[in-house]
Design a protein around this ligand. Structure first.
Ligand code: FES
Ligand code: FES
Length: 158
């Protein structure tokens, strides 16, 4: 069946089954391999992308359910929150093997868009669905506080 998806600002047409997971379209058809396959059952967060403003697990979102909402992957994640998170991730040397990190970054950016002053608990709750086999959780939390401080100071100086 034909579907039109808006991904990273570009419109693409596909002739695929309605129940095809968004993740396979991103990785196999569009070669956007920054989004990873981990569990396939919405448990690990490696496949997290934005659909509209929401962070979703693309391994369980069917193409037929995306509609006309914009899909944004790690390759095109932009804006002040994304810039602050990327910088903080580098400053805190967050990634170890890196496999989970694109999903972690998408979830982190989503939280910081909603909450510029997250507590440890806010961070733990928001990031609970993103599993890291290398256990980089302490650095992720520190980097998110760092990114939040950057965003707050930008707002004060604006
Ligand atoms: S691959 Fe989608 S949540 Fe694990
Ligand atoms: S950095 Fe290796 S799984 Fe998270």
């Amino acid at each position: 069946m034909p579907y039109t998806l808006r991904v990273n600002g570009n419109v693409h047409q596909f002739d695929i089954d309605a129940d095809t997971p968004l993740l396979w379209v991103l990785r196999d058809q569009l070669r956007l391999t920054g989004t990873k396959y981990g569990c396939g059952v919405a448990q690990c967060g490696a496949c997290t992308v934005l659909v509209g403003d929401r962070a979703v697990r693309s391994c369980t979102v069917q193409v037929s359910n995306v509609g006309d909402k914009a899909v944004t992957t790690i390759e095109q994640l932009e804006g002040p929150e994304a810039a602050a998170v990327r910088r903080a991730w580098i400053n805190h040397n967050v990634p170890q093997c890196g496999y989970c990190q694109s999903g972690q970054v998408v979830s982190a950016v989503t939280l910081l868009k909603e909450n510029r002053r997250p507590t440890d608990r806010d961070i733990d709750l928001a990031m609970a669905g993103n599993i890291c086999r290398c256990a980089t959780y302490t650095r992720i939390r520190a980097a998110m506080h760092d990114a939040a401080r950057t965003l707050q100071s930008k707002r004060r100086s604006a």
